[in-house]
Design a binder for this molecule. Structure first.
Ligand code: ARG
Length: 336
């Protein structure tokens, strides 16, 4: 819990120590990134994604291109995501999975190229539609291709991808990164095209990694407190290494595709007219007592509510598997 209350902004000038969290990052605070989703196959996290509107989630093409069965999408509720496997171990970890949505349709960008990672973008149409709330809310897209976003700051990348010690974090990780000038980046990541953007630091240390793909790279534009998604986590050589920044699908190049493709599917992309999501770290002082109390209360309620749900569902599961085993033994004995 203590991690919620420490200031997490780091000074970009300071030499980076390699934290055990997702390549130099830290736990996000509940509700800070309400558009983040986990794209899952067989209830296992495979990639990140972001909520565009109530029908559409954006992710990377390489995450979903060869899935035979459609994936499902879980919204990150209060940034926690502990695998189901843990839920029946009797551990009293406060387990919170977000609401699960099925995927009705996968639309991979037609130009996606597996060898160059060009056009690494895909749209997932969810069902049922996502209902917005404090913990589920869409991200904003860049206005158009002409908009120069190269100097935007601060920028963050988030995800449940592997951390430095190769563990999967249960709490959504966030890390502040800087957009890197394209020409500069070409020297470090020669494979980039004009439809990609790099972010990170020359010295490395802070980056996305495996499992973060499909998730958003977001920046605050000038005169705006809203987070605008600039990129989709796509590729990189290693993770967090020096002169080897993360490479992202440059979203401004794909806004038209998003509009056309969603219209074609009969559910045109409908942006939220006004983004009321000011980052809560700016909005409120986490050290103020009411705020601390609110978070604390929320945490407590969740732990209590969740341990009931978990133990309930575990009992049912245990009961069902007992019946199955008894049935099998009976059949076996009859056969004998
Ligand atoms: N391709 C990876 C994935 O599927 C993401 C790699 C991002 N790498 C990086 N160094 N930023 O999750």
């Amino acid at each position: 819990m203590a991690s919620f209350f420490v200031a997490r902004r780091e000074d970009p000038q300071r030499p980076k120590r390699l934290n055990p969290q997702i390549i130099g990052g830290s736990d996000s605070r509940p509700g800070d990134w309400p558009w983040q989703v986990s794209v899952q196959k067989d209830k296992t996290h495979i990639c990140g994604g972001s909520i565009l509107d109530s029908w559409w989630v954006l992710t990377a093409a390489h995450c979903v291109r060869k899935l035979r069965a459609l994936p499902s999408v879980r919204i990150a509720v209060d940034s926690r995501m502990v695998p189901d496997a843990l839920a029946c171990t009797g551990l009293t970890v406060p387990t919170q999975w977000g609401r699960e949505h099925k995927v009705a349709e996968v639309r991979v960008h037609p130009d996606f190229n597996l060898s160059t990672f060009e056009a690494d973008a895909a749209l997932l149409q969810v069902k049922p539609r996502i209902k917005f709330s404090q913990s589920q809310d869409p991200v904003l897209l860049p206005p158009d291709e002409e908009m120069d976003t190269s100097s935007w700051a601060p920028c963050f990348v988030i995800g449940w991808g592997v951390t430095r010690n190769e563990k999967r974090p249960a709490i959504l990780q966030e890390v502040e990164v800087e957009l890197i000038d394209w020409q500069h980046c070409q020297k470090w990541a020669p494979g980039i095209t004009e439809n990609m953007v790099c972010a990170g630091f020359e010295e490395g240390g802070r980056d996305a990694c495996q499992g973060d793909s499909g998730g958003p790279l977001m920046c605050q534009g000038p005169n705006s407190e809203s987070w605008i998604q600039i990129g989709i986590v796509s590729w990189g050589s290693g993770c967090g290494e020096s002169r080897s920044p993360g490479v992202y699908t440059l979203l401004s190049k794909y806004v038209d595709w998003i509009k056309n493709s969603t219209s074609e599917a009969g559910k045109p992309y409908t942006p939220r007219r006004e983004n009321t999501n000011k980052p809560s770290r700016e909005e409120s002082d986490p050290n103020s007592t009411p705020e601390l109390m609110a978070i604390f209360r929320r945490e407590m309620n969740q732990s209590v509510a969740e341990s009931f749900t978990i133990s309930g569902s575990c009992r049912i599961r245990a009961f069902l598997s007992m019946i199955t085993v008894t049935w099998r033994i009976l059949i076996y004995m009859i056969d004998e």
